[in-house]
Write a protein that binds this ligand. Structure first.
Ligand SMILES: *[C@@H]1O[C@H](CO)[C@@H](O)[C@H](O)[C@H]1NC(C)=O
Ligand SMILES: *[C@@H]1O[C@H](CO)[C@@H](O)[C@H](O)[C@H]1NC(C)=O
Length: 102
């Protein structure tokens, strides 16, 4: 019983490490760390900054929005303190078009 639990923890640590390695720390969907930080105030509850800052919109312009959409139901964004619904509403607020299948 205890052994199995230990194994699960190891697996989870490895998976987490792999995910963070794959996204190069905070970089997400071609957004730089700076861009992500600029957008974070607008994608965080309870008082999101609206409209998002120019830096954030600039970062989103270069971001892979298709990729961002794939995080809608992921625990990744909440684990960074980001509200997925707010995050995916940001492109529209920057007058960017989100992919149709988002
Ligand atoms: C954007 O992300 C999607 C899903 O991760 C990927 O399939 C696609 O190739 C990426 N597009 C660009 C331009 O990097
Ligand atoms: C988006 O477009 C609207 C209407 O054209 C404009 O009023 C608004 O300032 C634009 N917002 C940004 C962030 O460019």
């Amino acid at each position: 019983m205890e052994k199995a639990a230990g194994k699960l923890v190891v697996v989870m640590v490895l998976v987490t490490a792999a995910i963070f390695e794959g996204t190069r720390s905070l970089s997400l969907c071609d957004m730089s760390d700076d861009g992500l930080l600029a957008c974070k105030p607008s994608a965080t509850q309870p008082n999101p900054v609206d409209p998002p800052s120019e830096e954030c919109c600039k970062a989103l312009t270069g971001a892979n929005l298709t990729c961002l959409c794939s995080y809608r139901n992921s625990w990744m964004l909440p684990s960074l303190g980001i509200d997925p619904d707010l995050a995916l509403g940001l492109p529209a607020k920057c007058n960017l078009t989100t992919p149709a299948d988002c």
